[in-house]
Design a protein around this ligand. Sequence first.
Ligand code: DCP
Ligand code: CA
Ligand code: CA
Length: 366
Amino acid sequence: MSNKKQIVMLVDLDYFFAQCEELRNPSLKEKAIVVGVYSGRTHESGAVSTSNYVARKHGVSSGLSLYLAKKKLENYDAVFLPVDYEYYKRISDEIMLDLKSYSDLFEQVGIDEAYLDVSVRTQGSFTEALILAKKMKREIKKRIGITFSVGIGSNKLVAKIAADSNKPDGITLVKTERVKQFLASLPVTRLPGIGKKTSQRMNDLGIKTISDLSKYDIQKLVDVFGRNLAVYFHNASLGLNRDAVHKTIDVESISRISTLKENTRDLIILLEKTNELISSIHKDVINKSLKFKRIGIIVIMADLSIRSKSKTLVNYSNHFGLLERTVQNLINSFLVESEMEIRRIGVKVSQFIPDEKKQKQLSSYF
Ligand code: DCP
Ligand code: CA
Ligand code: CA
């Protein structure tokens, strides 16, 4: 890492799915908007994906059952909408492309968040960073119509916690010399990686605030949480974090598909073909220094209908043998499920991260 002052922003789109619904239908703005995943057979089973601030005022937020949400809102003007992921993704893509242009280094984290390293273009000046953040908010609001909250700090951890502390449409800047004071009184749950279970265990140790955590004997933390987590918790409580902004990978998937000499269901013939495809995909993955998490097969049947099957790995990998074995298992189970002959077969890998040999273990918290 260079010695120059690092400045990182975290952008978090406000009440995102619900704000997208307001964008395409502004007349909904004054109403409570609940975007939900309808899972079951009855009209009301399912959960709230997110809601706008009008609905939140009445106690309706992410994770609540739709049944309870309806009950809480029965005396108010409310609309319930199903998740339209494709539409939200289109808006997100447009915003992310814009945000990227304000950064030196850009890392998207999920559909509604991104880290921007702006150290170079602000020359390490927090004042410049604040001006940049305001400009970015103004221009994207004007061009796309979506608001977001920004946290600015000297690393990803501080930027993230800062962004969370002033929503919606906020900007929070935490200068390096104010970090300790800023964090001190916050509950430990505000640190990324500390959820319900961990905070309960900390609570049992008498640790409630981030300040409590920073003063707690580190050896005792090691005894309870193990070395890696203890070190992360201790450093995080002091606002220390060395995780770099990783450049987001533009490529979404790498695939190859090929037509068989003749239609077949013969496993050996199919594997011969997929092994060729795998070799070519694997070369590509290594050349681009990627690791993938999802492996799939695409099968075009004798009647030209298309099927696919995939598996998500536990860890990111670019291991040739694992790719081979996984494809073999997918084909095996595909053959059990279907009786028709196969005309073409393809292999696809997706969900990439950069393959950085020295990747920090705890970066998975971000
Ligand atoms: N989401 C979901 N289910 C959850 C949490 C979130 O489907 N339990 C979806 C809907 C959200 C989006 O992910 O719009 C982003 O999640 P956030 O946690 O950032 O929540 P919001 O953007 O909705 O609200 P906020 O303004 O608090 O960031
Ligand atoms: Ca978010
Ligand atoms: Ca959000």
